[in-house]
Write a protein that binds this ligand. Structure first.
Ligand code: KIV
Length: 275
C-alpha cells in the first residue's frame, strides 16, 4: 500500500496506529519499507548514529540531501520525510522554503520535518503554501539541546505542558500534517492527541499517540553509545553482527574461507597455456 499524507489523516480518523522508523541509506530503507511501515524519516539523528557526532547540530543540508537520495531509491510504499537540519529554517522564512524545496527536488522526499512551535509557525505556513507537506516536532527537540541543557524530558510542569499544547495547536493551524512528540509525559501526549485533528507520532511519549517512531539502530540494538529509557530493543543485532565478523576473521585466518564453493573455475586447457 502506497502511503501518503492522506493515509495519515485517514488512520488518525479511524484510530489505526501509524508506524515510522528512521533510515539513512538504500539497503536499510528497502528492508524497512518491505517490512511495511507507513513512513520513513531520514532523521538528522544521522549525525549521531551514522556520522558519529555527539548531537545533531553539525548536520548540513548536503548531508541530509545525500542520505535522503539514498533512502528514496530504496523505498516503494512508505512516505519519506526528511529532517530539516539545524539552521536550515530558523534563520528566515526564505531559507526554510528554499531548503525544504531542495529536500523534495534533490532528495526526492515527500515531506519535511522541522522542530519547534510558535517560533517556526511562519516557516511551516510558507513551506505548506508551496505544496510541501510539513511534519512538526515538539517536546525534546534535539536541535535545542544547548537551551535545554541536555537530553531531558520536557513538559513536566504546568507552564511547560500548557505551552506544548498551545504549540501543537499553532503547528496544526499553520498547516502541518502530523507532529512528532518526543520525550514528554504520556498523559500530556494523550491531551495533545485528543485536542488536535492531525496525528501525533510519539517517541518517548507513551501509548496514547496516534503512531510511534524509533531510530532503527536503537530498536535493533545496534547503537551502544547511548540507550534512552523509552527504547524497546526488538533484536540484539550488535552481537549478531560482531559474532559474524569474528567468525569471518577466524575463518580467513584459518584458510577455511573462501572454500571451493565460493571460487570461480577456469578450464584446464586455458590454465595449461599460462605456464
Ligand atoms: O532525527 C530523528 O531521528 C528524529 C526522531 C527521533 C523523531 O527526529
Amino acid at each position: 500500500m502506497k502511503n501518503t499524507i492522506v493515509t495519515f489523516k485517514e488512520w488518525k480518523n479511524s484510530g489505526k496506529k501509524l508506524t515510522m522508523l528512521t533510515a539513512y541509506d538504500y539497503s536499510m530503507a528497502k528492508l524497512i519499507d518491505e517490512a511495511g511501515v507507513n513512513a520513513i524519516l531520514v532523521g538528522d539523528s544521522l549525525g549521531m548514529v551514522c556520522l558519529g557526532y555527539e548531537d545533531t547540530l553539525s548536520v548540513t543540508m548536503e548531508d541530509m540531501i545525500h542520505h535522503t537520495k539514498a533512502v528514496s531509491r530504496g523505498v516503494k510504499n512508505a512516505l519519506i520525510v526528511a529532517d530539516m537540519p539545524f539552521m536550515s529554517y530558523q534563520t528566515s522564512v526564505y531559507d526554510a522554503v528554499f531548503n525544504a524545496g531542495r529536500l523534495i527536488k534533490e532528495g526526492r522526499a515527500h515531506a519535511v520535518k522541522l522542530e519547534g512551535g510558535a517560533q517556526v509557525a511562519e516557516q511551516i505556513r510558507a513551506i505548506v503554501n508551496c505544496s510541501i507537506p510539513v511534519m512538526g516536532h515538539l517536546g525534546l527537540t534535539p536541535q535545542s539541546i544547548n537551551t535545554f541543557g541536555g537530553f531531558k524530558v520536557q513538559g513536566r510542569d504546568a507552564d511547560a505542558a500548557k505551552k506544548l499544547i498551545e504549540d501543537a495547536k499553532i503547528i496544526e493551524a499553520a498547516g502541518a500534517f502530523a507532529i512528532v512528540l518526543e520525550c514528554i509525559p504520556a498523559k500530556l501526549s494523550e491531551i495533545i492527541t485528543s485536542e488536535i485533528s492531525i496525528p501525533t507520532i510519539g517517541i518517548g511519549a507513551g501509548k496514547y499517540c496516534d503512531g510511534q517512531i524509533l531510530v532503527y539502530q536503537d530498536m535493533l540494538g545496534m547503537f551502544s553509545d547511548f540507550k534512552p529509557k523509552f527504547v524497546k530493543q526488538y533484536a540484539d543485532t550488535d552481537s549478531i553482527i560482531k559474532n559474524a565478523i569474528k567468525n569471518y576473521i577466524s575463518e580467513v585466518q584459518k584458510s577455511i574461507f573462501p572454500s571451493e564453493e565460493y571460487e570461480f573455475k577456469i578450464d584446464e586447457t586455458t590454465l595449461n597455456k599460462l605456464y
